[in-house]
Design a protein around this ligand. Structure first.
Ligand code: PMP
Length: 420
């Protein structure tokens, strides 16, 4: 073990400020990174790793893109925090709200967690109800109201049982389970919160009609429909993925990409709901929210994403990776599932004929193929997601050679694992 890892774990619980970074689920020591450029991470020994994780999703342009780094440096020289109105904040809010009709107003926060938390509070105030319906396998941040712990473990985990009891669970891709939940809690559900494309149980696409069913049920029941687009926002198109999926929520939570790799979140939606913040009926604030440094990084990022052909090129790379994985898999006669949309992808170790619709389908996979692949690819100079159910990302900096080499090595490693 590197001395820095021991040092980190002495002073910081798990050694880092967010738990998955410790790599406990893959049984390999975490990287200790000194700097990162383009598709590469450089560890403290100067060893280079090709990244497929990109900071859990924000770094769609790769590491330290020049335009973003320059914008941050320029802003840093002119002030990092004003504590009053700033034009960078107005500009970024205007650009994001311009991407979808339902985004009539928007506020910035410092994390995806805060963004979702604020949408739920708004939904409760708007409806006068308290319960929140969400989906097994979804992730919406680390606050009490959106945890999955069962009642018996709540106190051990420091969670408020009352907050937990406001949760109503349904299954992703199963509108009938949503209907049942509403029938069991009539007039009590304030909001349905969903990742429109599920990105925290590997990568699971919404089935045809599922999101439209949620829209219809929420309208009928007077509940607020919230799309958590912390991962998918600006990842698949210039704006929320709801633009591609053809269903508009009432509120959308953003994070990650819109801050260009600096701390960020944002939430926005219908003016008649967001108005509750204007009236100061609903409290939401933050010393560092909408700070000019983050706004400058976000604006520079959106400038790059707005270039013609940006998302088409990412799609081309994603398709190249998928084709390469399929080719090698067929050559080796392996049977596993590879899911991809645009530049998001995941390996799921269930047979291709098995359904991958709900959390239980993903949870049924064997762990060892991923662990084998993770360890082998680390040795070969790759950095993957430190958990089998986290998706991975292609960035604007990922090269075609990288995608070909990665696919060949990944499948060759999988062929060595008895559980693939
Ligand atoms: N929602 C989703 C869908 C996420 O994937 C995440 C984090 N990965 C969050 C919310 C929480 O965001 P943050 O870590 O910035 O608080």
């Amino acid at each position: 073990m590197r001395p820095e890892i021991k040092r980190a774990q002495h002073t910081i619980p798990v050694g880092a400020s967010s738990p998955l970074r410790a790599c406990r689920n893959v049984g390999t020591d975490p990287l200790v990174v000194a700097e990162a450029h383009g598709q590469y991470l450089h560890d403290v020994d100067g060893t280079r790793y090709i990244d497929f994780m990109y900071g859990f999703g924000p770094l769609i342009l790769g590491h330290a893109p020049e335009a973003v780094s320059t914008a941050i440096a320029r802003q840093a020289a002119n002030g990092t925090l004003f504590g009053t109105y700033c034009t960078q904040e107005i500009e970024l809010a205007e650009r994001i709200t311009a991407t979808a009709d339902h985004l009539e107003q928007l506020r910035f926060v410092c994390s995806g967690t805060e963004a979702v938390m604020s949408t739920l509070r708004l939904a409760r105030a708007y409806t006068g109800r308290t319960r929140v319906l969400r989906f097994n396998g979804g992730y919406h941040g680390h606050f009490d109201l959106v945890q999955n712990k069962d009642e018996t473990r709540m106190r051990d985990s420091g969670l408020d049982p009352a907050a937990m009891r406001s949760n109503v669970f349904a299954e992703y891709n199963d509108a009938a389970s949503v209907e049942r939940a509403f029938a069991e809690s009539p007039g009590e559900i304030a909001a349905v919160v969903v990742e429109p494309i599920a990105c925290n149980m590997s990568l699971v696409m919404p089935e045809e009609g599922f999101l439209a069913d949620l829209r219809r049920i929420c309208d009928r029941e007077g509940a607020v429909l919230i799309f958590d687009e912390v991962i998918t926002g600006f990842r698949l198109t210039y704006g929320p993925a709801s633009n591609l999926l053809g269903v508009s929520p009432d509120l959308t939570a953003f994070g990650k990409i819109i801050g260009g790799g600096t701390p960020v979140g944002a939430f926005g939606g219908r003016r008649d709901i967001m108005r509750l913040l204007d009236e100061e009926r609903v409290l939401q604030g933050g010393t560092l929210s909408g700070n000019p440094l983050t706004m400058a990084a976000g604006l520079a990022t959106l400038d790059a994403l707005a270039q013609p052909g940006f998302y088409e090129e990412l799609e081309r790379k994603g398709a190249l990776l998928e084709a390469a994985v399929e080719r090698h898999r067929a050559a080796k006669g392996l049977d596993f599932t590879f899911t991809r949309t645009g530049s998001i992808f995941a390996f799921i170790f269930v047979p291709q004929a098995a359904p991958v619709r709900v959390k239980a389908d993903v949870a049924a996979q064997a762990q060892s193929p991923y662990t084998t692949m993770y360890a082998g690819l680390r040795t070969a100079g790759y950095h993957l997601a430190p958990d089998i159910e986290e998706p991975m990302y292609v960035s604007a900096e990922t090269t075609d050679e990288t995608l070909e080499d990665f696919a060949a090595r990944a499948v060759a490693l999988l062929a060595t694992d008895p559980n693939t």
